[in-house]
Design a binder for this molecule. Sequence first.
Ligand code: MG
Length: 387
Amino acid sequence: MPFPLASCAAPDDATDPLASREHPEPEHAYRSPFERDRARIIHSRAFRRLAGKTQVFSAGGAAGEPSDHFRSRLTHTMEVAQIARTVATTLGLNHDLTEALALVHDIGHPPFGHAGERALDACLREHGLRFDHNLHALRIVEHFELRYAAFRGLNLTFAVREGIIKHSHDYTVAEQPQLAPYLLDQQPPLEAQLIDLADEIAYLTADLDDGMEAGLLDLPNMRANLPLFERFYAPMAHAHTDAGEKLIFNEALKRMLNALVGDLLEATVTHARAAGVETLAAVRSAGHRLVAFSPDMERERLAAKQYLYTHLYGSEPLKRDHATAETVVRDLFHAWVQNPGLLPPSYSIRIAGFSGNERAPRVIADYIAGMTDNFILAQHASRSRSF
Ligand code: MG
């Protein structure tokens, strides 16, 4: 299938509204708008900090032995980017926009993975606020990155900002009125839609891998209870009788990843054809997302996800990790709410009102969300006398 959805691709046209920037800039001599956005994201401080943020396992090994082999949020992001790029290229979509969206998709995550996000959200709820990593990602690229003399933020294109908020969640104007400019009543382009499922494929397979490496997942149990995995493991074990278990596991896992991507490609083309969608305008008005697995693979994906929740994310060692993360985030948040003067000047100034009247809990959450695992642990250790 040579580029079956090329007619629906976001155009590489600097004059298209998708490429518009809040602060107009002249076109680059030889780079497209989305190539420039990809570079801006890679060169941002928030992107570099992903190296120090937990995906599922912290490098310090609270869940077991310390290891440098586990995914960080940065290497997870790179895995998502290469899967997403394959999907976009095969379908004939805009792969530069896709890659920019994949590279930015987790930039708003706080330290300690989802446990950190839950803890920060719980802290903000005490003040009638919420923490949402997609909305935080938008704040990072619009306000917190300081690289340009004339404006705050990275001045990314509309398509990338829209994709940041729409790739995994449907917001409404009623709940988030400030997002009204982002066409919330329309579906995002296919390049944004595919990021969420590239993310699913990346973490389903990577977490099985890291979970095995950590000794928390059990191969016979996985073979018995995860048909999507066993379907590829059994023939590999048969074909490589002399190979070690871990190599058979690797062969099976990469075939599982390949099957998920293959299904996503075929099913997405099927969905687009069934809906009669042949243009980006038709993608936007389709009423539902077109990038999706087939019903059979969707069932298998959900079963795999459930397996990981039961056997990995809900395991005792990871629950202990999560409890530590929650304590660290909560202690620091409450300490700074009680005494905002202890914050670094660049943050306490925001509360003091020199640059607006932001509420202290939001500013403190912004500070915490930007931290790496090691930085927040060091902050916690150095202030532990005051908790
Ligand atoms: Mg992700």
